[in-house]
Design a protein around this ligand. Sequence first.
Ligand SMILES: Nc1ncnc2c1ncn2[C@@H]1O[C@H](COP(=O)(O)OP(=O)(O)OP(=O)(O)O)[C@@H](O)[C@H]1O
Ligand SMILES: [Mg+2]
Length: 356
Amino acid sequence: MAFSLIETIAFRNLDDKKVNIDSSSIFIVGENGQGKTNFLDAVYTLCYGSSFRQGNDSSSARLGDRAWCVKGNNKEGYKCVVSWKDGSKSITENEKTVYDRKTLVERNPAIVFCHEDMEFARGEPERRRFFFDQTASLVSASYIDLLRLYRRALKARNMALKEKSMDILDVLDLQIAIYGIGLCEERLKMAAAFDQVFAPRFEEVARLGTRISLEYKPSWKNLDSAEEIAKNLGASREKELILGTSLSGPHRDRFVFTDDNGDFSGRASTGQLRLLSLTLRIAQAEYYSASTGRYPTLLLDDVLLELDPDKKQRFMSLLPKHEQAFFTFLPGEPFGNYKSRYTLVYWADNGRFLPA
Ligand SMILES: Nc1ncnc2c1ncn2[C@@H]1O[C@H](COP(=O)(O)OP(=O)(O)OP(=O)(O)O)[C@@H](O)[C@H]1O
Ligand SMILES: [Mg+2]
């Protein structure tokens, strides 16, 4: 679903104004620190009910303020309002309260491409688990439930290991095994389907002449049955009791990018890692659309900066189908090359957005 108008009140450094966004492509151009990313964050807040920037809801309030509000309309009469005041947040759609943010996400998911995504390509395994959990969660509410159950059981098990509560460990081993095996099965399916989308896209834009594949490496090698896993957990309990933590399970799963010579990320160049992280987002959007039949909103924050001119053009031509896309650019970038006659271009100037 595309928005046609957005209004922010006391949201970060943005002016309290309405901005026309009635187009499938919106470019925000401006110097550093003018509010480009904050603008994308306001759109994201309409899609998710929270910010994609670090911090909590109070960080979105303009410095010194204790409240903020973002409103969005579309041409079909849909209206969404997300507001926060003194620690409490309210979300409404067409004046009706939204109790679970899942409703918003299902209606209008946004996929953000930003600098921090580099961590999915070169960072710790935890960052890739985060990315793939997010990917699976976008298309499956039951995955979100499974993840919550597993995390809860894991927390309880780690606590029991620390406190040496032997009486409940058998029960928790079985719980971990049941929820964990469910997660692993979902991840196996997702990784195979994701790889089919990701690998050809990466080759199209990076042109390395070799296939870079996504490989899912579960921490549990034997996924035959929950009972078997629980039995293995029991067998390795001694070491876990000493360390006070669970040493195996989906929280230790790894996702790696490989070619014929093994791990690719470790020896990739900065530009290749940037492309890898961008392609992950492209594939995430395509995977979402293939699974749900719907198209996301794309928020692309300074994504072209580290790419050479050829790759910039190729990346732009590979953008996945979307309802609406927002891009930020610095003034020196050749954004004119990428716009169509429908693109709305704004100059960001100290929280104001002036039509170019
Ligand atoms: N809660 C807030 N209240 C007031 N100002 C804020 C708040 N949060 C961030 N800012 C300010 O907003 C300004 C714009 O930030 P933003 O990250 O949107 O800039 P940008 O145009 O994306 O810049 P860059 O090109 O460097 O990425 C910064 O000066 C920042 O300090
Ligand atoms: Mg920015």
